[in-house]
Design a protein around this ligand. Sequence first.
Ligand SMILES: NC(=O)c1ccc[n+]([C@@H]2O[C@H](COP(=O)([O-])OP(=O)(O)OC[C@H]3O[C@@H](n4cnc5c(N)ncnc54)[C@H](OP(=O)(O)O)[C@@H]3O)[C@@H](O)[C@H]2O)c1
Length: 317
Amino acid sequence: MANSGQKVVLITGCSSGIGLRIAVILAKDEKSRYHVIATMRDLKKKDKLVEAAGDAYGKTLTLLPLDVCSDESVRQCVNNVKDRHIDILINNAGVGLLGPVESISIEEMKKVFETNFFGVVRMIKEVMPDMKKRRSGHIIVMSSVMGLQGVVFNDVYTASKFAMEGFCESLAVQLMKFNIRLSMIEPGPVHTEFETKMMEDVAKMEYPGADADTVRYFKDVYLPSSIDIFEAMGQTPDDIAKCTKKVIESNNPRFRNLTNNLYTPIVALKYADETGGLSVNTFYNLLFNFGPLMHITMSILKCLTCSCLRRRTISPN
Ligand SMILES: NC(=O)c1ccc[n+]([C@@H]2O[C@H](COP(=O)([O-])OP(=O)(O)OC[C@H]3O[C@@H](n4cnc5c(N)ncnc54)[C@H](OP(=O)(O)O)[C@@H]3O)[C@@H](O)[C@H]2O)c1
């Protein structure tokens, strides 16, 4: 149970990756300022988190089951929090989806929206009324660079994050009137199971419904470039957790928080040309015309991107 003075933080999707690291970093805060309620849909997956939390487990970190796709699970979880008092809600749970649109069923697409969009909306709807009554709170949403810029073959995942960005951009204004802050965290590539799971799955799949050229562009052009980008520009879950902690601890938390400043120029492209041509043509050329050049650039970047060159928009350090 939280001590008086401790902020209660509820985090979704803590079985692995970014959510796990945010839970651990906040629970191990040197001044014990947080009581972390780390949630996951299957508590059988708790071991990695419990091990990483060490002594903090049972003190500044407790566990609750939560599936963001279930109204009942969300309601039960929040009801299990003392007085339903949550100071900081971190919406981290998310799923990816990669591949040619022709080979993805509408059902699979809906599952992505159910988690990445409606899962967040469901959580906010459950927690926000209590925050409004108290006239305080901070809601964090784990978005992505792909919430700001579309990326080829990530059409549905990108759409789910765009939807989230639009929802939050609208809601943030109303919430400010209730002294509730809303912040988006927008990582580029991060080395987690998310990426590993997706890359392993896609390499094996056949993609029925997509023509041979599209499958070739996806497997032989997009995937190798994507792996290059992850290797050259990828951050760690710890980087993202430290950025998130900074946002929480800021006196005036920003609404948008890109975690990797290597992506700032990419995101800027779309705002530099209102016709949209600049970003669409640039991505087309990067993928289809300058593939080998991009591979060399990424290899050089990989060598160069030591911490001194990574002055991020919100530095994790
Ligand atoms: N990795 C990247 O490159 C990257 C980049 C930008 C943004 N992000 C975002 O970062 C967030 C965390 O992803 P990650 O990279 O840490 O991936 P991850 O290691 O796969 O973690 C995703 C977490 O979400 C949980 N989850 C999935 N569906 C859920 C549901 N219905 N209810 C509750 N939890 C659910 C997973 O739980 P299970 O173990 O039960 O599946 C897992 O704990 C996601 O929102 C993702 O979109 C990731």
